[in-house]
Design a binder for this molecule. Sequence first.
Ligand SMILES: NC(=O)C1=CN([C@@H]2O[C@H](COP(=O)(O)OP(=O)(O)OC[C@H]3O[C@@H](n4cnc5c(N)ncnc54)[C@H](OP(=O)(O)O)[C@@H]3O)[C@@H](O)[C@H]2O)[C@@H](O)CC1
Ligand SMILES: Nc1ncnc2c1ncn2[C@@H]1O[C@H](COP(=O)(O)OP(=O)(O)O)[C@@H](O)[C@H]1O
Ligand SMILES: [K+]
Length: 554
Amino acid sequence: MKKLCTADQMHHMDQTAMYGKYKIAPVVLMENAGHAVVEKAKDLIISWHNKRVIVFCGKGNNGGDGFVIARHILAEGARVFVYVLGKDASYSTEANYHLQTLYAMAEEGSCVIENYAEGNEDNQQLHQRLKETDIIVDAIVGTGFHGQLHNPATFLVRCINDAAKNGKIKVIAVDIPTGVNTDTGEISGNGEEHTGEPIYADMTVTFGALKRGMQFYPGKKCCGSIVWDPIGMPVSLLRNREQNAAYLLETADIERVLCSRAPDSHKGTHGTIAVVSGSRDMIGAPLMTCRGAMRAGAGKIFLRVPEQTASYCIGKLPEIMVRGIGSGSEFSENDVFQILEEAKKWTVIAIGPGMGKNSKTKTFIQEVIRNTTCPIVIDADALNLIHSEKEFISPYGKRIIMTPHLAEFSRLSGVSIAEVKKDVIEAAKHFVHEWNVTLVLKGAPTVIVSSDAQTVYVNPTGNAGMAAGGMGDVLTGMIAAFAAHDGMPDLCAAACSGVFIHGAAGDYCYNKYGPYGYSPCEVADAIPRVIKALEIAGDTASEDRNLFGMMESI
Ligand SMILES: NC(=O)C1=CN([C@@H]2O[C@H](COP(=O)(O)OP(=O)(O)OC[C@H]3O[C@@H](n4cnc5c(N)ncnc54)[C@H](OP(=O)(O)O)[C@@H]3O)[C@@H](O)[C@H]2O)[C@@H](O)CC1
Ligand SMILES: Nc1ncnc2c1ncn2[C@@H]1O[C@H](COP(=O)(O)OP(=O)(O)O)[C@@H](O)[C@H]1O
Ligand SMILES: [K+]
């Protein structure tokens, strides 16, 4: 997994590298950062040779990286214009050091430097150069961005985006696109004239650690492809666990927790999953949950539905065992006894998909939670029914996984969707502090928080073709099956495995069928292929375990 850092965490990492025990000279770290951009950008632009490049350098250290970039690409044969937004004296020692070198080179005629401090602009010339350029480097603002962009950054960013609209000019962002909030992915600009839009880059080369804001929309849309470089940071700083840690999941993390099956295992080894759900109007939902559980390798699956819906379910999935409970079309407290009689034999319960909104069903859910001891995955209608039951749920939280989408989460937490989207990680952590459950907050991307609220995982897989009814129902069954998987360390690992593989199965369908229109059942049916790709990835010695490349060949 890769660390996802905030601006404060990045600042702390930089400070420790330079002024803590490692004593890396600041000018060296900046040199490494600038040089990393020059090298990594070649994946996009192939070569700097003979390219016309404009490097926009802001007033902070992000601008300092820009000075280094300008020097290196000159040596590679680019024709370079450098726009300097700060005054010499206001730069940090290391940025100024690199700027002075560049001045010396400009004096020899190697490059053109424009001092773009206020009152010193020739915008006509700038527009002409933007028309003629091949590449733009955005070193205007990095992790130091706060609030809304102000001039001259606002004006320059608009000029850059306008120039690059035709797709012929490549925009490379240094560390993070200007105008993207490092912590949250919020962007500058709210449509009013005095606020500015962010940079829309083709590639972002980021230093030391990935930034959280690059994984969340709308910031993610500004980054283009994201490339990470360690810039010579000591390995302990790259890998140490931050307080308030967040990680981006990777193939190897899932492959590690999803151990291969013991060759002498049997169906009893792989969990007995009970899907207790459904109601008259929504009986497809629990069937999709069962399909998710089946394809994720559950040993045995029992579907328990209200009696009046059972005849529809029987035979729909021959692999599962169906029984009608009670006499109605929705679960009620009268049905608890019958469920609890069986529940002792169940490894995991999945509850909620298609369960309806009847208040009698709420009592049923609470009694099932109160009187069982196994892990329970709570989704969909069950989440809506218990939305006001924080005090009831939290004592059982250690064995509960909740899987709300944003609207369900908003109802549960009492926080508006707009507010949640401003800082998804913080909203998710705050919720877990209060409810004590393992949380799967579904969306683009999905965020998983362990029940101790200590660690946040962000999922990289999945695509917008998965925005279709029933996809979440499949995920619920998958998480239930993985919670029962032999050797699974804990519920959080099961939740991460379910979410990652569910998204990867969606990505497989995207490639096989097209960007949308594939069904939740097709996603479920792709799960074994993803697991096969994970096994191959595990056997591959290569550092670059590219799951998706492997799925192509399966
Ligand atoms: N040794 C290190 O630390 C290393 C750091 N590195 C690099 O340093 C970067 C962090 O540098 P940093 O901390 O100087 O902040 P930075 O991103 O340049 O922004 C500050 C400037 O932006 C301006 N600004 C802010 N908000 C604004 C707004 N809304 N609208 C307009 N302007 C705004 C703000 O001006 P102000 O608003 O204060 O007038 C100030 O001038 C990091 O991303 C990485 O690239 C690498 O070299 C590796 C080693
Ligand atoms: N744009 C997207 N990018 C990635 N994943 C998505 C996207 N849209 C939806 N998904 C995934 O699809 C699933 C949808 O679940 P949910 O909204 O609960 O559907 P339902 O309730 O209809 O079953 C979630 O796992 C979500 O993360
Ligand atoms: K930048």
